[in-house]
Design a protein around this ligand. Sequence first.
Ligand SMILES: *Cc1c(COP(=O)(O)O)cnc(C)c1O
Length: 387
Amino acid sequence: MDIKELDKTYIANTYSRFPFVAVSGSGARVTGENGGTCIDLGSGIAVDAFGVCDPEWVAAVEAQLHKIQHFSNLFYTEPQAKLAELLCQRTGMHKVFFCNSGAEANECAIKAARKYSFDKYGAGRHDIVTLQQSFHGRTMATLAATGQDTLHPECFGPYPGGFLYAPANDFDALSALCGETVCAVMLELVQGEGGVNPLAKEYVQKVEDLCHEKDILLLIDEVQTGNGRTGSLYAWQQYHVEPDIMTTAKGLGGGLPLGACLFGEKTANTLIAGTHGSTFGGNPVCCAGALSILSRIDGKLLAEVREKGEYIQSELSGAPGVKSVTGLGLMLGIETEKDARSVAEICLARGVVVLTAKNKVRLLPPLNIAWEDLRQAIQILKGVIAE
Ligand SMILES: *Cc1c(COP(=O)(O)O)cnc(C)c1O
């Protein structure tokens, strides 16, 4: 049996996969099973931050593999401690909990927000306000946090309670929900899965003010927007707000599973021994890779991310077949006259990998994609959209 048939036979049918078997690659160039090479504008959904098999990342991971691959969070390991230090230095946050995925990072944030409020105010202040069209993960609690009815089919019910949903960018509606039962507001600053929609800066700043006023925690989900994706290390750094709790994952490990929940001053000591944990979280190999990635997301790289994002926007805004371009940095959504899925399928047949989000074509290229690869891929995409 070939790989596609094996997959169809033995893998649970949770994905409608594109017809491409990824075998190997280098940077933004990925080779399939038939030897054909694609230019990748998806980075495995913003995970391969520096593309495929980035040599410095490979070296960091390999060096750690020869030292120790795992020893449990009952003991100390160096890469985890150093990565936590670097994350705190680069964000001003105070403490880090490591896990393996975005959903787990958000689970940790939800638990910590409730405990912060419980410790200070007692029971009853447990609700978390999230936004419509948000996406926070696939576990039961993070699904419940996700403000999309289509992701709450009856067959999986009952869902955990304690989430209230506000329409994005509507401050009065959010404010009306922030009553005495609310302990936190959780936001993505650019809604990724919901269609690559950035929140308005003034709106987010007003939400922050409201949170401060009521001692409601501001939780920012940077699972997709984080680690340089939007042109700043974390998107909140260009929104001029400060989260009480921030989560990230996707690009952090450069391709290995790693999630993190970061705590600010208020919440730094909320979780204590025994209140949370993870067997694999902060695995030393994943953390060694992340150290290599994070230490190279510097001012120069971030300027390049913004410049490349502007290039894509200027090429595609107003181009034939394009209705709109939204997003920040190298996290962009393109609304096309053609169906987004068929744009992605035709692009793939012509050697360019793009993703979709809702009705949009979604671009999440490697942060360091070569200009030549980017230009070539965008011209192919532009042609497909125009046809
Ligand atoms: C992908 C994503 C998640 C879930 O991350 P997993 O690693 O798939 O659990 C959560 N929040 C946002 C904003 C995401 O984009």
